[in-house]
Design a binder for this molecule. Sequence first.
Ligand code: NAI
Ligand code: OAA
Length: 252
Amino acid sequence: MLTIGLLGCGNIGNIIAKNHVGVEIVALFDQMPERAEELGRLCHAKAFGDIEEFLSEDFDLVVEAASVSAAQEYALSVLEHGKDLVVMSVGAFADEYFREEVTRRAAALGRRIHIPSGAIFGLDNLKIGQISGITKLLLRTTKNPRSLNMECTERMLLFSGQANECIKHYPKNTNVSVALELAAGRAVEVELWADPDVDRNVHEIVIEGDFGEATITVRNRPSPDNPSTSYLAALSIITLLKNLSEPMRIGT
Ligand SMILES: NC(=O)C1=CN([C@@H]2O[C@H](COP(=O)(O)OP(=O)(O)OC[C@H]3O[C@@H](n4cnc5c(N)ncnc54)[C@H](O)[C@@H]3O)[C@@H](O)[C@H]2O)C=CC1
Ligand SMILES: O=C([O-])CC(=O)C(=O)O
């Protein structure tokens, strides 16, 4: 069975630990050691307070569910320790230089980096953008101000521009924009809205290209323990882990 180490024992880390299928969690690390220890008691895995010791433990794959800055800080080290990597905080790869460096190291070391679909649907066929023209790619994200850690009394536009800028300002809320960018191989226009009248994390994706047109609207339930993060994101990573050891691959 695939063995994993969880880097980040917050909302997603806890959901993975309680619901994982087809993998064994053996090691845990969090910048707040008490979180790793608490989760360790729950899933009978070893909690580490030191990243070097965590990465030196014997397991196959690191699942990052921490933060964009954690993914940037630890990705190369994970690969150097001979482990594959699942990155939830995909906004880390908005930095092109960093993305290329990590990809180059992974190729040289024979390691793989997996990016889950996270809080959206549609990443699979959006990858056709790498071989065929996509003329428009827009993400319109709307969340309750609570999910954005702010207050407002009416719908307001917080950001309009490119994904690689948006993620710098909203690293806890717009990782999906960078996932879209990586899948399509082109820039994504992003609008981020706060709306006190919505109780979902809503992602509207508009795609136009040689294939035709598609519009996808995902109305996600926020996770109970972290309203910034949609519950779908945690389900997506659990599914990715389950699929890793299955012989048949479904979806592009
Ligand atoms: N790709 C996608 O579609 C989505 C990605 N995300 C991202 O997934 C990540 C995890 O989300 P949640 O579990 O809801 O967040 P959370 O805030 O509930 O948990 C994150 C945990 O990671 C720990 N952490 C943060 N920085 C760290 C560091 N440098 N070193 C060690 N531990 C660190 C925190 O102490 C916390 O326990 C976030 O970056 C979030 O933005 C969330 C939703 C969708
Ligand atoms: O969970 C969501 O709805 C999206 C999210 O926070 C992100 O992309 O960072």
